[in-house]
Design a protein. Structure first.
Length: 318
């Protein structure tokens, strides 16, 4: 199942639970007001596809734009000429999509942090490009750099070389609700499952403030627990007994590390998922989606703030 099709399925996922954990109101609003993927998300999807899928799948889902200065007339003309070729070659090409300038402006609006592109506008852009997404030359350079770094790493290349299934979409039931998972790789021989994470500089490090902090902040332990649990439910014959994260930094030299999740971490993730889904079902039953708090909240410094205050007082001798 292509990634675009998977993400369009209106089924509960770990990403939805992340919104719900922030506040039920955020989950409800996000569900009612879907946003298009960010540029970073597209680069992440492209990296997954480039690393884990056959070349023809990457070519079917992504376009690499020529290096053009789109703030100049000549650059726009070159880009539009390239776009016209892509549109004409796209499946289901329609005459109403023949204006490359319209597509170019839609693409630039989506890229710009100063512009707001709706989900419907983004869907139109993707349809105009035959279901494909545009990458810049710089994006492709970054993707190639991460791919090369991964294959040059002994542990990472060994894990990737063992995979016999990649980009596996799992549709299952969790706490009585339909649920979906997208598992980057499975090795039946090694009995492990893999998830690839493209992270910022320093975030792949095994130091406490590196990937462990990222795991906690992004609740990757819940993702790992639910994904492993889904395989136990849908494909118990695989007997997956190890869930791995491959964390690679997006900036050169693309430092990386492979992590194996321990069983306590996975169990904690499943318990957290059960708690959130149960509360979500309660919100669905009563129709109430609370935010942070309805009452006035007493404000105090957090514990780490008081520690700093104490040090300041010691310095001045108070």
């Amino acid at each position: 199942m292509p990634a675009v099709e998977y993400f369009s399925l209106p089924i509960l996922s770990n990403s939805d639970l992340r919104d719900f954990e922030v506040a039920p109101q955020k989950y409800r609003w996000t569900q009612d007001n879907p946003k298009p993927p960010t540029v970073a998300m597209v680069i992440g999807s492209a990296t997954h596809c480039h690393l884990l899928e056959p070349p023809e799948r990457f070519e079917a889902e992504f376009l690499v734009a020529p290096e053009c200065r789109l703030n100049t007339k000549a650059g726009k003309a070159e880009f539009d000429e390239w776009l016209m070729i892509q549109i004409e070659d796209s499946p289901g090409h329609q005459s109403s999509l023949e204006d490359p300038g319209e597509v170019r402006e839609a693409y630039l609006d989506w890229k710009s942090p100063q512009k707001t592109t709706t989900h419907k506008q983004y869907e139109w852009l993707i349809r105009a490009l035959g279901g494909r997404q545009i990458l810049r030359q710089d994006d492709m350079k970054r993707i190639n750099g991460m791919t090369e770094a991964i294959w040059n790493n002994e542990s990472a290349s060994r894990v990737l070389g063992s995979l016999d299934q990649t980009e596996v979409s799992v549709l299952w039931e969790f706490c009585g609700k339909p649920f979906k998972s997208r598992i980057d790789g499975i090795s039946a021989e090694k009995r492990w499952a893999l998830d690839l994470k493209c992270v910022s500089a320093g975030s792949a490090s095994p130091e406490p403030e590196g990937f462990p902090r990222k795991v906690w902040n992004m609740k990757y332990h819940r993702q790992a627990g639910l994904y492993a649990y889904s395989l136990d439910q849908v494909a118990p014959e695989l007997e997956i007994d190890q869930f791995l994260f491959l964390a690679v930094e997006q900036t050169p030299p693309h430092l990386l590390c492979v992590y194996s999740c321990n069983s306590d971490m996975l169990h904690a993730g499943v318990l957290n998922g059960e708690h959130l889904v149960t509360n979500l079902q309660g919100c669905e039953s009563c129709g109430l989606w609370p935010g942070y708090a309805d009452e006035i909240v007493d404000l105090n410094l957090p514990a780490f703030g008081w520690k700093k205050v104490q040090k300041e007082l010691e310095v001045i001798g108070v």
